[in-house]
Write a protein that binds this ligand. Structure first.
Ligand code: ATP
Ligand code: MG
Length: 234
């Protein structure tokens, strides 16, 4: 267990084979990847290469068909569903390409939601949500609803929601996929800043080379495996 502790995420010979009827769709085929604590990693690769599947498995939203998954030194492979969702709630935040905000709730209420689910009392929830909105530069927009915000602002609210529980690991699947390049850079600078100031381990799936270049390392997938990687900042 000792050497694993330097790593936020270890995926060891991970296979994911989806089955629909009798047909098998292998999404990951023996993928091995280690992400250091505090690292900012970009995952690139062609459509269908397994990027989203990797993120789902690293985020415990899905289980591998075979292989080991170790999160901050905890081997989660053998854990039951309730332990798994406990680890997910405590350690992991998610950001998706579609912001998935609830339109009838304010930004503040959207950001508070994960804490409400956990039963955190209202005053604490509000304070944490305001702090998360401050981190993404949207404290003044706390009372606005999603449709009163731009796309880039909505994604910042979604990031604040991902962060509000102070996860050790933030997983983002094409977080700039719906944004123009100016807003993409704003989002990526916010993520970079969160990574640096809070030490949050960050894994970002992206098709955008400009986005990837801001990270510490870029891993490229092909056919469900790591094809190549390049380190930009050690
Ligand atoms: N629920 C599922 N059932 C069957 N096959 C699936 C399922 N989810 C993904 N796949 C298949 O697994 C492979 C990897 O999919 P994945 O979504 O991880 O790719 P991706 O790299 O994220 O692609 P994109 O860049 O288009 O988002 C694809 O061939 C896909 O069709
Ligand atoms: Mg995908």
């Amino acid at each position: 267990m000792e050497p694993d502790n330097a790593f936020a995420i270890v995926l060891e010979d991970v296979w994911k084979i989806y089955r629909i009827g009798k047909t098998e769709y292998p999404a990951l085929r023996g993928l091995t990847l280690m992400v250091r604590r505090g690292e900012m990693l970009s995952v690139m690769g062609p459509s269908g290469s397994g990027k989203s599947t990797l993120l789902h498995i690293a985020g415990t939203l899905d289980r591998p068909t075979r292989g080991r998954v170790i999160l901050e030194g905890i081997d989660i492979s053998g854990l039951d569903d309730s332990r798994l969702s406990e680890i997910r709630n405590r350690k992991i935040g998610f950001v998706f390409q579609a912001y998935n905000l609830i339109n009838r709730l304010s930004a503040l209420e959207n950001v508070s939601l994960p804490l409400a689910v956990r039963g955190v009392p209202l005053p604490e929830r509000r304070a944490a949500a305001l702090e998360a909105l401050r981190l993404v530069g949207l404290k003044d927009a706390a009372r606005k609803r999603p449709l009163e915000l731009s796309g880039g602002e909505q994604q910042r609210v979604a990031i604040a929601r991902g962060l509000v529980g102070r996860p050790r690991i933030l997983l983002a699947d094409e977080p700039t996929g719906n944004l123009d390049s100016k807003n993409a850079m704003i989002i990526i600078d916010i993520l970079r800043n969160i990574n640096k100031t809070l030490g949050t381990t960050l894994v970002i799936v992206t098709h955008n080379p400009e986005v990837a270049e801001r990270s510490d390392r870029i891993v490229r997938l092909r056919d469900g495996r790591v094809e190549s990687e390049v380190t930009l900042h050690a």
